[in-house]
Design a protein around this ligand. Sequence first.
Ligand SMILES: [Zn+2]
Length: 102
Amino acid sequence: MVVCDMSEHACHNPNCGKPIPPHLVSHSSAWFALPKKLRDDIWRTYRAGQEDDKRPTMTYIDALDACIKFWRENHTQCRIPKRTVSRERIHAIGNRVGVREN
Ligand SMILES: [Zn+2]
C-alpha cells in the first residue's frame, strides 16, 4: 500500500508528480491510459468530499494503488497541456525582456 500525503496534492502518476487540483487523480492523459476497470474502481470507491477532510476510504486507496502500479509498470508519462497565454501577455513578456517579435 502506498501512503500518500494528500495535504499537498500532486499527480498520482509516479512518473509525473506535478501539482494538480485536489479532485483529480492524475493528469487526464495518464487517467485515460488506465484500463477502464481501474477507472471504474476509483469512481466506485470515491467518496465526495474526501479531498477536503483527507480521509479517503481504504478501498479507494487500494484502487489508487492499482492505478499507480499500472502507471509504474507501463512507464506512463503525463502529457501536460500547455497553458494558453493571451497574445497581449506574450507581447508584454517580449517587450520586458527585449525579445523581438518574429
Ligand atoms: Zn501527471
